[in-house]
Ligand binder design. Structure first.
Ligand code: URP
Ligand code: ZN
Ligand code: ZN
Length: 461
């Protein structure tokens, strides 16, 4: 062993145990009481939780979007992950219209190569449905890209998949075992409603709040319902990304009770913020799709995590600075949509989930690490504290108290949607495949340490 974590409390979804944990190279090789350390480096984790590193399965690093490019690139975005206790991220490779999906994946891998500081994978995003795309999806699954993401919106930017494409992709999911992630919002209903508010008078009157007014809850749950129907009739495996409404939690709960293979993810912004943010002078900074909903929605989403209707928490990190957000110039349709988040997910989930007794510590580990690993085909290499699992570990200090402010963070963002949130608990040390990469919120790893993960078919959970 070359590294031993002593005196900590190991936490998994199954429970807590006081034990030492030994690491050799990239792997966990020993778990037990009073492990002999010899000349191994020792980290004293007395009073701390030792957990599998968090897995953020939804980040958009250096994404060209809304007329600009998201401000955290592969280097800085994965440094931010390491600072926040996240040891694996999944980004996206978006097919160009008329182009090859495999090529999109290879191009994105080339962009990330040598830059990532923690391990990463890619969801391939088909945007041009035809026989070639379907064939490429099968090849990608064989090569270890076992999840896909499809957009039910963004028709105008050429990224939308229609119902036929969704149905066919879920058939392919049933055949191959791949999982189909879906951004579920109703494109044409949204176009109609956005147009109604897109007048000089109403934009002047409502400002960024028009983003909320033009996106009532039904624009999400109508699409969720439709996607569930395609999962039902095909037997495919569906994963609703960034669920923002209480109704989505209800629909997923019903579908799962009916034996449909439907899963849902939510994000800290939907759990911790409400749509009053759009009434602020800087309300446009919070613009993201789907937009932040009501307090009642947040409560139902917390309940969904607790009950198991919602399986994962991810961040949908898509960082835009205040200068980039200023491109909106008073027009809510021109806000660069997206928020930073990978770095603050775990401390927020601990402080406002575990700390406020909305979920247990074990549940936090389950939804931030173990479930993502299982669903996305990375378990037990990731998301687990077991012999032979990757030594991806966060040593979490529950005693640290601080107030969240963007100036303390690694992200390139010059604001945080969670500015001023009081935190109790913060990652003390982050270990990625055996190497210490984060210490007290600062990056101490090596650029290029992260590698692409070949994944297997995910589990049904
Ligand atoms: O507004 C968002 N969420 N931007 C990122 C792209 C997406 O839809 O996930
Ligand atoms: Zn999306
Ligand atoms: Zn996204």
């Amino acid at each position: 062993m070359n590294l031993i974590i002593k005196n900590g409390t190991l936490v998994t979804p199954e429970g807590r145990v006081k034990a030492d944990l030994g690491i050799k190279g990239e792997k966990i090789v020993a778990i037990g009481a009073n492990l002999k350390h010899g000349d191994a480096e020792v980290i004293d984790a007395k009073g701390m939780y030792v957990m599998p590193g968090a897995i953020d399965v939804h980040v958009h690093l250096q994404l060209p979007f809304c007329g600009t490019v998201s401000a955290d690139d592969f280097v800085n975005g994965t440094k931010a992950a390491a600072c926040g206790g996240v040891t694996t991220v999944i980004d996206f490779a978006i097919q160009k219209k008329g182009g090859s999906l495999i090529q999109a994946v290879q191009d994105r891998q080339a962009e990330a190569a040598g830059k990532v500081c923690v391990d990463y994978a890619l969801h391939a995003v088909p945007t041009d449905w035809n026989d070639r795309t379907a064939g490429e999806m099968v090849d990608l699954v064989e090569e270890g890209h076992t999840t896909f993401k499809m957009f039910m919106i963004y028709a105008k930017s050429g990224m939308m998949s229609d119902d036929g494409a969704l149905l066919a992709a879920l058939e392919l999911s049933a055949r191959t075992g791949a999982m189909i992630g879906v951004h579920a919002e109703s494109n044409s209903a949204l176009d109609l409603l956005i147009d109604r508010f897109h007048t000089p008078e109403l934009m002047k009157k409502f400002g960024a709040y028009a983003h909320t007014l033009s996106r009532p809850n039904f624009t999400e749950w109508e699409a969720v319902q439709r996607a569930i129907t395609w999962a039902d009739v095909t037997g495919g495996k569906l994963y609703i990304v960034h669920s923002s409404t209480g109704e989505t939690a209800d629909l997923i709960a019903e579908a799962r009770a009916d034996g449909i293979r439907a899963y849902a993810e939510t994000c800290p912004q939907y759990l911790l913020l409400d749509d009053s943010v759009f009434l602020r002078d800087d309300g446009h900074l919070y613009g993201t799709c789907p937009q932040i909903k009501s307090k009642e929605d947040s409560e139902r989403l917390w309940e969904g995590l607790d009950y198991g209707d919602i399986s994962t928490v991810a961040t949908d990190t898509c960082t835009f600075t205040t200068t980039q957000k200023a491109m909106w110039e008073g027009d809510f349709t021109k806000i660069p949509f997206g928020l930073p988040g990978v770095e603050t997910m775990l401390p927020l989930m601990y402080s406002y989930g575990v700390g406020k007794k909305r979920i247990t510590l074990e549940k936090m580990v389950q939804v931030c690490s173990t479930n993502p690993a299982k669903l996305m085909g990375m378990y037990p290499e990731k998301g687990s504290l077991a012999i032979n699992s990757d030594a991806d570990i966060v040593i979490f200090d529950p005693k640290v108290k601080k107030v969240l402010t963007y100036t303390d963070l690694q992200t390139n963002c010059d604001f945080s949607p969670f500015e001023g949130f009081k935190l109790t608990g913060y990652p003390h040390i982050t270990i990625a495949r055996g190497k210490v990469v984060g210490k007290e919120g600062k990056f101490v790893g090596t650029v290029g340490h992260g590698k692409w993960l070949k994944r297997h078919i995910g589990e049904d959970i």
